[in-house]
Design a protein around this ligand. Sequence first.
Ligand SMILES: *Cc1c(COP(=O)(O)O)cnc(C)c1O
Length: 410
Amino acid sequence: MFKINENYQKLPGSYLFSTIAKKVAAYQQAHPDKKIIRLGIGDVTLPLVPAVIQAIHKAADEMGQAETFHGYAPDLGYSFLRETIAENDYKKLGCDIEADEIFVSDGAKSDCGNIQEIFSEDSRIAVCDPVYPVYVDSNVMAGRTGEYDAESGTWSNVIYMPCTAENGFVPELPKETPDLIYLCVPNNPTGTALTRDQLKVWVDYANREGAVILYDAAYEAYISDEDVPHTIYEIEGARTCAIEFRSFSKKAGFTGVRLGFTVVPKDLKCKDVPLHALWARRHGTKFNGAPYIEQRAGEAVYSEEGNRQVMEQVAYYKRNARVIYDGLKEAGYTVFGGVNSPYVWLKTEEMTSWEFFDYLLEYANVVGTPGSGFGPSGEGYFRLTGFGTYENTVEAVERLKALRKTGGGR
Ligand SMILES: *Cc1c(COP(=O)(O)O)cnc(C)c1O
């Protein structure tokens, strides 16, 4: 009789988003006339920009002509895209990253979930708390995380690095040394970022301890502060300790197109073995390659027109986040994020994260995401996103302000 991978049995189930969906559906059914505004979404809502659509049409036409037809894509990505990325995302910033250190993929989620496969089974992981759930769950599936404690919502063999208002959402160096350190900058869910100086501490630490930083920069396009780096390779020493994940999803609205890339520098080695070679082997064996049409769409994001158009969309979402941040602050809430990020993170004060969720749903008909769903240190916080429409965002903020005055039913 076959046996299943017991590690999969340990996963507690996706409690967070299914519970939200159920609560919202039940409320809407009981109050069919109420307009619910959803600011819990972690997905873009604007359509693809014209430069991208043009590139998709052109590439589709090429696929229909014998001379320009493309079959299997190169495993690691077409060089036209890898060169464009190396030039625009790295060389222009003075970072020494070559096209052949860039692995094109279908997005950052799969790569940051799969990367752990090239590390030994007994690798110890450290994550920021609150955390993007993929980092932990992919390691649970690999059997690295020990036992789950439902009470605290933590795994016995994971190093949690609390990121709260008390430490300014900057993780502190852990007491026990991890092998793999997941950092997400700008951060989902807290909307906060690390400065160059703060990141340098981590790069130096990883090099000193022989750890690898797994750097998720899915929200890079949202950075506006001068002292927040756009890539970890802006930090001296990162080539020997860091892997970076990037995505076209939140930058160019590619969540339905699927495109991303991962950078593994050739200087990143374990004894004499370059991780680059391991990831190339893994990618070539288990990943189907991103489609030609989509890689052309990705290339268009870097054209002058394309870049201008996608950055207008990013600005739209950022304006929404700013409206939420400023409005809630004015109303007396304690708010964070919203500057280098589409996310605003606020304190729920005397309520728990879930009590606050219910309170907003009932008295303001606004949906957000309870912070406790992202990890124990998320308790007492709440995430709102800038991915709604501007009009709905403004209306939601007005409702929250009014609620703050009246206190709802309380
Ligand atoms: C949305 C998100 C991703 C997913 O990126 P895809 O390229 O769409 O797979 C990765 N990391 C974080 C932190 C995200 O919020």
